[in-house]
Design a protein around this ligand. Structure first.
Ligand code: FE
Length: 298
């Protein structure tokens, strides 16, 4: 750990027009893969609103029965999946012969592009499994690009602290001058994991035309006068004169709050989804299903 990689006193911007909350979303309990229990926080009806983000799943359980089945072989086409593991170990294998282990604090960034078939299976039989999977859209021109992926170990994720003891992990984009592990040109995603001790604040500038959300997974935070409780997503309002986001952890929290902050530049392109295929038109989705059935996703 070098001080360059982990600066400790990064100053926070003073905002004049921080964003308010548009609305708070509880998410829907569901299961996916081979019976993995999860909460779908961002689901299909919110895709236009949160463009370029297509889906956000939160999973977390100490009970192996909730996760042991994992996600056996399944296809993807037309977008990127970003899996962030808070606790646990998951083995990834795909039809092109790639394999990787995703574990405690690490991220797998996969660009499905024209498509592949992969599996995501727990490599543990007991203990806690907790994390998130985000689906990030690709612009129309990149939906049929070659698949690509990167396993980002926890130690490769840039981190910083603030004077008041807030700790930030920068997975993608740039947060208060600290560049994250991944950059993406068209959607310009920001993805940060923020830990706020009781009574502390965090601020960050955001482009006014980017869609933004927070997901609270420990304790609670305030945005303005509204408290966002644990296991809730707050969609941030898009006022044209807003300059960023300001989070405050109440003094009454018993332990540090922990929050994912995501923002991205909307693509403003049509979204056509059928399960794991996200294209621009119905015809392209039908083609994706056809290609999968004919073994062309590999
Ligand atoms: Fe998958």
């Amino acid at each position: 750990m070098t001080s360059a990689h982990h600066p400790n006193h990064v100053p926070l911007p003073v905002l004049t027009q921080p964003r308010g909350i548009d609305h708070i979303v509880a998410g829907v309990s569901t299961s996916d893969g081979d019976g993995v229990k999860l909460t779908r926080v961002l689901h299909q009806p919110l895709q236009q609103r949160l463009d370029p983000f297509l889906m956000l799943d939160a999973f977390g359980s100490d009970n192996p029965g909730d996760y042991i089945g994992g996600f056996p072989n399944h296809p993807h086409r037309g977008f990127e999946t970003v899996t962030y593991m808070i606790a646990g170990r998951m083995r990834h294998r795909d039809s092109a012969g790639h394999e990787g282990l995703l574990q405690n604090g690490g991220v797998q960034w996969m660009t499905a592009g024209r498509g592949l078939v992969h599996s995501e299976l727990p490599e543990q039989e007991e203990g806690r499994m907790e994390g998130f999977q985000l689906w990030l859209n690709l612009p129309a021109k990149d939906k049929m690009r070659e698949p690509w992926y990167r396993d980002i170990q926890s130690s490769e994720i840039p981190e910083y602290g603030t004077q008041s003891g807030v700790h930030v992990r920068v997975i993608a984009g740039t947060s208060n001058g600290v560049a994250g592990a991944m950059q993406r040109e068209h959607t310009e995603p920001l993805y940060v994991d923020i830990t706020l001790p009781p009574g502390t604040e965090f601020s960050q500038e955001l482009p006014a035309d980017h869609n933004a959300l927070i997901y609270v997974f420990r304790e609670s935070v305030f945005i303005g006068n509204s408290e966002v409780p644990t296991k809730r997503m707050a969609i941030l309002a898009n006022a044209p004169d807003s300059d960023g986001v300001l989070l405050r952890a109440p003094r009454t929290n018993h332990s540090p709050a922990r929050v994912l902050l995501m923002a991205g530049k909307p693509l403003h392109e049509p979204i056509a989804q059928y399960g794991p295929f996200v294209m621009n038109t119905r015809e392209q989705v039908v083609q994706a299903v056809h290609d999968f059935q004919n073994g062309k996703l590999r």
